[in-house]
Design a protein around this ligand. Sequence first.
Ligand SMILES: [Zn+2]
Length: 276
Amino acid sequence: MTETTTLQGCLTKMAVEPGSPARYTLRAGEARLDLNARLGQSLRLTWTGAIACTHCGRATRKSFGQGHCYPCFKTLAQCDTCIMKPELCHFFQGTCREPDWGERHCFQPHVVYLANASGLKVGITRATQVPTRWLDQGAVQALPILEVDSRQQSGFVEVLFKEQVSDRTNWRAMLKGEAEALDLAAERDRLLDALAGGLANLRERFGDDAIRLLDAPPRAFEYPVLEHPRKVVSHNFDKSPEVAGTLLGIKGQYLILDSGVINLRKFTGYEVAVEA
Ligand SMILES: [Zn+2]
């Protein structure tokens, strides 16, 4: 047994590094806890009742958009609907909430990828977020397929791919470890063929070299999971401030306990005491 540790602070998303298996670090304020080392041991998280905005630090009674106070949620570009739906980018109408932030984050190379967390899906991410993005989703396989110049362009490409493939993860199936291995390169070839007309239209609109084929190898990811849950029951600090059990695994941004699962990302900004 590892020695008992107690730490306290406001949650931010777990840090994760790829590996066999991936390595997870719980982050609560300045405190850090190596979660892989706690597999098979008891873990208790208790919400103190406080939530601090991850952006400005002010206390908020409720969390908006994964850890923001209401004023930040209504004014930050990163909380705008165009982040989830980049095809709705309104930068060129001059109405971006924070044009400087937009230039730094949205006018950067973005990758369109195929991933398998609970079956085939399409997704987009900033090139610098690879492979963290895939680990955060609990993907067991991923393949970058296209690169574009901006977040908005990646949104248009994703909308096109959604004619053929989902952009969602079924998180229950992901946690149950039910995803069957896929041949992502074959799926890519099939989709590029089926969507050739739509891609040609986008290239006509944004320039011939705006949507570039990537020739990257498929990636596979392993997670530190002793046992997948057969039935998925969720913990929720808002309903019950104490979450305790034996840590059976970590996948995506979820802790898998013998008493249920918890999506820690959803509780970003929540101040918790952690006993491990
Ligand atoms: Zn705030």
